[in-house]
Design a protein around this ligand. Structure first.
Ligand code: ADP
Ligand code: MG
Length: 382
């Protein structure tokens, strides 16, 4: 039985002007015990509202929510369990620590609310502080701690009551890049150790891919795709998803025709061959998790999507005779990115971003650019 089970949840807000915003639009999602699922999407797509509905801080207009098999919301039966009786841990972007309380008092607060004894609270607070790497800081006021440490206090507070479900709302977006990577790694370890289930909202794709077992991409309050990070990255259903998880080159494609098992496209690069058929939007995002490509032909404008790491560069002027997806190009500029170089390569008036381990190419160098047909994804341009 799933730890979290949301069925056709909708939430609308009334604006002061009288118009209605549909923040969550018939979202169904289930999270297995011990699973951490990332929710990603741009600002305003409904991520926070989704978490608030789960926590009981917002009342959905329609649908059902079950936590550990128990209904905490059911619109048809008018059932609504208040937040304090849902046994959910929450951690927000702002630490929301009380400045007049010590670290131990902040972390122990959820236990005191539940009437746990002072001695037991002290023991559990010390244990969870050790888990998050803050042993010995019990009596400090939170404002004496660094941003990263304050975020650990907030994490400890969300976990101290041992909730089976923990919700994270952009927990790392207020700390600087180095601390963020450190905390991200620790969060993965703590999750493995404690085994809670949860949703992890982030607008940071690295967060989402590294921390979570599965990824949900939201668009305008609806689920656009669900899958493991690798599935969503390798087979995005739509251009929107492809652009949200990782860098991607877009090439406008004007026509599609089939030849054998591949598609020939007329694009700004001339002839472009893709191994798969263009995807349509007909597939159900909730069930279609394994492949972005669906059968049938797509109508309307198409875009070829090519990840920068799939573009190959070789020194030289002329592509081999008859090779598919090979063009003469010029390195326009290069960016040093440590173990990788990022190049911008010009082929006529098309520019492609390329990630390469070859650090030797200088701007102005003539190169042969190639992309294997299996790395050309064809999607509706929308
Ligand atoms: P995200 O967390 O992805 O940025 P939110 O869930 O905060 O998105 O917001 C989703 C949509 O709902 C937005 O259009 C936002 O303006 C609207 N919204 C959220 N909360 C309220 C509210 N309390 N009253 C009115 N509109 C709201
Ligand atoms: Mg938000």
């Amino acid at each position: 039985r799933p730890a979290i089970d949301m069925r056709r949840i909708s939430k609308r807000f009334q604006r002061v002007s009288g118009s209605t915003t549909v923040a969550i639009d018939e979202v169904s999602l289930s999270v297995a015990p011990g699973e951490l699922v990332a929710v990603v999407g741009p600002s305003g797509c409904g991520k926070t509202t989704l978490l608030r509905c789960l926590a009981g801080l917002e009342r959905p207009d329609e649908g059902e929510i079950h936590i550990d098999g128990k209904a905490v919301f059911d619109s048809a039966r008018r059932k609504f369990t208040p937040p304090e009786r849902r046994e959910i841990g929450m951690m927000f972007q702002s630490y929301a620590l009380w400045p007049h309380m010590t670290v131990a008092q902040n972390v122990g607060y959820p236990l005191r609310c539940r009437g746990v004894s002072g001695r037991q609270t002290a023991a559990r607070v010390s244990a969870i502080l050790a888990t998050v790497g803050l042993a010995g800081l019990e009596n400090e006021p939170p404002n004496r701690l660094s941003g990263g440490q304050q975020q650990r206090v907030a994490l400890a507070r969300s976990l101290v009551a041992e909730p089976s479900v923990v919700l994270f709302d952009e927990p790392l977006s207020n700390v600087d890049a180095r601390v963020r990577e450190e905390l991200r790694l620790e969060l993965v370890q703590i999750h493995t150790k404690l085994g809670f289930s949860g949703l992890y909202v982030t607008h940071d794709q690295e967060d989402a891919m590294e921390v979570c077992d599965r990824l949900v991409v939201l668009k305008g309050g609806r689920i656009e795709q669900i899958g493991t990070p690798a599935e969503v990255y390798r087979a995005p259903r739509t251009t929107y998803v492809a652009e949200f998880v990782g860098m991607v080159n877009r090439v406008g494609v004007s026509a599609a025709a089939y030849e054998g098992s591949s598609v020939l496209l007329t694009s700004d690069l001339g002839r472009l061959v893709a191994a798969e058929q263009p995807a349509t939007d007909a597939a159900d995002p909730a069930t279609d998790t394994t492949t972005g490509a669906a059968s049938g032909s797509a109508d309307g404008e198409l875009t070829a999507l090519i990840r920068p790491e799939h573009v190959r560069l070789a020194a030289g002027q002329a592509p081999p005779e008859g090779a598919a997806n090979s063009w003469p190009g010029t390195v326009a500029f290069s960016l040093f990115r440590g173990s990788w170089m990022q190049y911008l390569v010009r082929i006529g008036d098309v520019e492609l971003s390329v990630l390469s381990a070859d650090h030797s190419l200088r701007p102005g160098t003539a190169v042969v650019v190639s992309v294997a047909p299996e790395h050309v994804m064809v999607r509706s341009a929308r």
